[in-house]
Ligand binder design. Sequence first.
Ligand code: GDP
Length: 364
Amino acid sequence: GFKMGIVGLPNVGKSTLFNALTRTAAAQAANFPFCTIEPNVGEVAVPDARLAALAEIAKSKQIVPTRMTFVDIAGLVKGASKGEGLGNQFLANIRECDAVAHVLRCFEDDDVTHVEGRVDPVADAATIETELMLADLESVEKRLQGLVRKVRGGDKEAVQQERLLKDAQAALAEGRPARTVTVSEEDAKAWRMLQLLTAKPILYVCNVAEDEAAEGNALSARVAEMAEADGAGSIVISAQIEEELAQLSPEEAAEFLAELGLEEAGLDRLIRAGYALLGLQTYFTVGPKEARAWTIPEGTKAPQAAGVIHGDFERGFIRAETTAYKDYVALGGEAGAKEAGKMRVEGKAYEVKDGDVLHFLFNA
Ligand code: GDP
């Protein structure tokens, strides 16, 4: 599955947010199978209103959303790259994540100590980014040394790695995150394998006061500007509201949100923003047993999409009966779609679209 790491300086609201995420997930667990992996790791359902609509049409007994994993990565402080605080363990945790949600304190509260003695989210973002860049620079240099012999021996993979590492090194040495390096499509996989911390997509999560959750504030506006310039994402959230929401029933939560002038819970936006940041999309399988959502990266071909369900589906792939979500709903389900000629038969080369309802045929 896809994993999003939650990082940030101490006292910015990380744990508050993470606890709200997992408590909400635990509450949902009554409705479908769910597991909590470790205290700092939680799996959450990706909210998708389309599932309920599909389940109603197909009279599915169960709704199974697709999931995303969040990891609360505590211990990032100034000096983390030198092994201070939780140091190395912390960096290893980030390395394993597909993307990073960076929580920034955008609320004023004299009762909550700020580690730097002032509330300045843009400076906080830079503090953390600097630590991550230092850690990357060190690991790039180590790896370059380790490659010297292989490169001399003409090892093709090593030559490619060296070239990419040097690109990263040049950016980092100028104080730019590895994210800013332009990578060709042929190099994309090798680049990802380098697992550079500052190459990972970033979502800034601006934690604002309760009464600012709808519009944000001057601080979150500055973060949004920074994100725009850096090719990062940003959202406004109030961790305290989320904490309160997590303790309410779905009906009470909806009422509370309406009172606050919010259309949906910040956690839902956070999950969806993470999903978008990772370039993920959803397809559905729908039947009387269940209506289920599956996650694939954009651009995934039909056999690989089938492989998310089971390896045999990919190996024995024959074709995929495909109905766009809109057609499925408009034509009242599979039979109607088929009759109207809206159920297509797609082969191995088909690139699955977001919202496709798929039925795979395969050789067992
Ligand atoms: P972490 O160290 O980043 O995990 O931060 P915590 O989630 O433990 O929060 C630190 C303190 O800030 C706690 O006392 C929270 O109740 C408080 N806090 C978190 N979010 C907000 C907020 O939006 N507004 C205010 N006033 N306090 C908050």
